[in-house]
Write a protein that binds this ligand. Structure first.
Ligand SMILES: Nc1ncnc2c1ncn2[C@@H]1O[C@H](COP(=O)(O)OP(=O)(O)O)[C@@H](O)[C@H]1O
Ligand SMILES: [Mg+2]
Length: 267
């Protein structure tokens, strides 16, 4: 049996009573309301919830990209609220990978230059073996000299994923990493993310709307109105879809259609 103290020590990321309020006066919005959540080392968690439930705000606060209004975020045992902006930047460079929904690739840099940019920023010598492995696993070996504008959306997303993995970050945060991908590419990307957890013991936290994508995770955490709204362990796509329906979490008709199709689990 683990005691709660043991579990706490093995947590890669911990949020304690995190609130985030945007705006002032009448236009105040409470995006997160006292959220407490832990993410164990070497686990893959999917985060789901209705539009506006605070998923992106949660991810930004957990990754040190935004500061909570109150409460505490602890990454790798370090309380982020005790760090100044430079220290926070260093911690992000050394421990955290972030896969943005909009890819955020630099248009003037080649695929290879985009992928190795975080290493350059961190002043690290590139580990050529690791880069070769990541590039092959995301299927970009033939595209290293191309510019992002010469790639499809799915290829750009895979560049963004490779870029997040080459520094071997302890924790990877991903905001809808398969949102722009066709189902075959999505399944390749999810397999790669799953492997990075199983083989490299990385901790992965992924926001998604897709029950099939969520079924690759060890755990699904549901948010509603900026607060914890339940979780599922060892999720199947069907169980996730059923929970989403109960939460009223479907954002548009596409997802109702996706639910109506027999899914049978993974892609
Ligand atoms: N920069 C911002 N300024 C003001 N309100 C914001 C900002 N970002 C998000 N919000 C609001 O906070 C709430 C949560 O947003 P968000 O975290 O983006 O939710 P989700 O990712 O689940 O759709 C929403 O009501 C949204 O309108
Ligand atoms: Mg969002």
């Amino acid at each position: 049996m683990h005691t709660s103290q043991d579990l706490r020590q093995a947590e890669a990321v911990r949020l304690d009573a995190v609130s985030k309020i945007y705006g002032q006066g009448d236009s105040k919005v409470a995006a997160l309301r006292g959220l407490s959540l832990g993410f164990a080392d070497g686990t893959f968690t999917a985060v789901m919830g209705p539009s506006g439930s605070g998923k992106s705000t949660f991810l930004h606060c957990a990754a040190g990209l935004a500061r909570p209004t109150s409460g505490r975020v602890v990454v790798g045992g370090r309380d982020l609220s005790g760090l100044d902006d430079d220290q926070l930047t260093m911690l992000r460079r050394n421990r955290i990978g972030f896969i943005f929904q909009a890819f955020n690739l630099l248009p003037a840099l080649t695929v290879m230059e985009n992928i190795t940019l975080p290493l350059q920023l961190a002043g690290e010598r590139p580990d050529k073996g690791l880069i070769r492995t990541v590039v092959q696993r995301v299927g970009l070996a033939e595209r290293l000299g191309h510019l992002p504008s010469e790639l499809s959306g799915g290829q750009q997303q895979r560049v963004a994923i490779a870029r997040a993995l080459v520094t071997r970050p302890a924790v990877v945060f991903a905001d809808e990493p398969t949102g722009a991908l066709d189902t075959r590419t999505a399944s390749a990307v999810l397999g790669l993310l799953r492997e990075s957890v199983d083989n490299a013991r990385q901790t992965l936290v992924m926001v998604t709307h897709d029950p099939v994508a969520a079924s690759y995770a060890d755990r699904v955490v549901f948010l509603a109105d900026g607060a914890f709204a339940g979780e599922l362990l060892r999720p199947t796509a069907d169980a996730v879809a059923a929970r989403m329906t109960r939460l009223g979490a479907w954002e548009d008709d596409n997802q109702h259609q996706a639910l109506a199709q027999p899914s049978g689990g993974r892609y």
